[in-house]
Design a protein around this ligand. Structure first.
Ligand SMILES: [Zn+2]
Length: 450
């Protein structure tokens, strides 16, 4: 994409002013204008010390999925400190769990605590949202960490701790962006939304959407390495219950091994995976290599070492393709299993059972020329940041809920490498959080008036 001519001037606006406000920048003398008062261009410089402090305070709260009240207290406190009007609500799971589009959960919970902060601009304009999830996955074996996972440490400009990358770094970038914005320079309204329960399916974002948290555009600062994710596949969780026929090992040919039947079905699933991936044509997705993987991640079976297995239960993950909903992906999976079973001597008359459970991560996408994408890229160019490439992602996130359930154009753009998400020694570079905050701040102040 070629930069518009008027953007070239912004190449000469590096952050030459050490401009660190205590809460939100309001210094009019730091403003430069491009001739349109409603588009005044402030040199927006993030407060690195404040970013480090906010991020450390959030990472120090062990907000495992299902246990997000304390982190939401902390987020609400930071949003209030940032001068936003803070809203808190707790949605009862029972209120939304029977909704046909409910994305599912994988932990026990009754409530979904939601926190939002609003900043209203001085001019009319769109409502834009910056949304992050506050839950994190378990830290795993503490011995695999260099420093304790919930005691954040900064080493060489990198903050280590569970959730630093996925995605408290992004949430702090969003909050810092709003801290940097002067309402006098803002058109419309910014909503910073913090949701629970992304990691087990997205019920937090779903609850927020049903409670009315939708916008004209939304950026989710998940760890994308500061590229902009415009399309992603989804995933459903399934269980395959595979029958066999028991027999003593010494006469094993009298039986039918459920393990052998599973091996046959895995071959069929691999062929199905290859065909589905080969049918994808959208370049953001084909660039991933295998955008729609199928795996069996857990297997239970057998009762005795010298008995032919009469049953095996396998749990796995199946990809949801672009343009598909979770039910259509389920149909693909059932069709692949049914077709394979129908051609099998034993399974044709003893069909395996397929069931779906757990999180339902749909797919979603917007086009690369959507105004959200082009405005974000322009903002990055204007502040001298890395100009994000429009890419696809092989994993699901709350993005699809805002697009599919909230009719809100949404992308993911945030600091950190997704390979660090869920890993030991999870970390994010403070420089990337700062860069993200500065791009988001510019994007916010570039919203059109009217
Ligand atoms: Zn995440």
């Amino acid at each position: 994409m070629q930069p518009p001519a008027e953007d070239i001037v912004f190449q000469f606006l590096p952050a030459i002013m050490e401009w660190i406000g205590s809460s939100r920048a309001t210094a009019a003398e730091d403003l430069q204008t491009c001739g349109q008062p409603q588009h005044a261009v402030a040199l927006l410089t993030a407060n690195r010390t404040r970013v480090e402090r906010d991020l450390a305070s959030l990472v120090s709260v062990p907000s495992l999925t299902g246990d997000e009240d304390a982190i939401q207290d902390a987020v609400a406190g930071i949003l209030a400190d940032a001068g936003l009007v803070v809203e808190r609500r707790s949605v009862a799971l029972a209120e939304i769990s029977s909704d046909p589009d409910f994305p599912g959960i994988e932990v026990d919970r009754d409530q979904l605590p939601i926190v939002a902060g609003r900043l209203r601009g001085s001019h009319p304009g769109p409502t834009v949202m910056l949304c992050g999830h506050v839950d994190v996955v378990p830290a795993g074996n503490p011995a695999s960490w260099t420093s304790p996972p919930f005691q954040p440490e900064i080493r060489d400009g990198i903050l280590y701790g569970r959730g630093a990358c996925d995605m408290k770094g992004g949430l702090v970038a969003a909050i810092e962006a709003v801290r940097m914005v002067d309402p006098a320079e803002l058109s419309g309204e910014v909503v910073v939304l913090a949701v629970p329960s992304e990691e087990d399916g997205g019920s937090g974002a779903f609850a927020a959407i049903r409670a009315g948290y939708v916008a004209d555009a939304c950026i989710i600062p998940e760890p994308t390495g500061l590229e902009v994710v415009i399309a992603h596949g989804g995933a459903i969780t399934f269980t395959l219950d595979v029958p066999g026929k028991a027999a003593h090992a010494s006469v094993r040919r009298e039986g039918v091994s459920a393990l052998g039947n599973l091996r046959y079905l895995i071959d069929a699933l691999e062929a199905d995976e290859a065909a589905r991936n080969a049918s994808e044509t959208r370049p953001e997705m084909t660039a991933i290599g295998l955008p729609y993987p199928t795996i069996i991640g857990q297997v239970e079976g057998g009762s005795w070492a010298s008995t032919v297995m009469d049953r095996i239960v396998a749990h796995g993950r199946y990809g949801v393709m672009l343009g598909q909903d979770c039910d259509e992906a389920s149909s693909d999976l059932r069709a692949a299993i049914d077709a394979a079973a129908g051609e099998h001597e034993f399974l044709a008359t003893h069909p395996p059972k397929v069931s779906m459970w757990g999180g339902r991560f749909g797919s979603s996408s917007i086009t690369s020329d959507d105004p959200l994408v082009t405005s974000l890229r322009s903002a990055a160019r204007e502040v001298g940041a890395h100009i994000p490439a429009a890419v696809g992602a092989p994993y699901g996130a709350d993005m699809r809920l805002f697009i599919n359930q909230g009719s809100t154009p949404t992308v993911m753009y945030g600091p950190g490498d997704v390979k660090m998400a869920h890993a030991a020694d999870e970390h994010v570079a403070i420089d990337e959080v700062v860069e993200c905050a500065e791009v988001l701040a510019r994007w916010l102040t570039n919203q059109p008036t009217g």
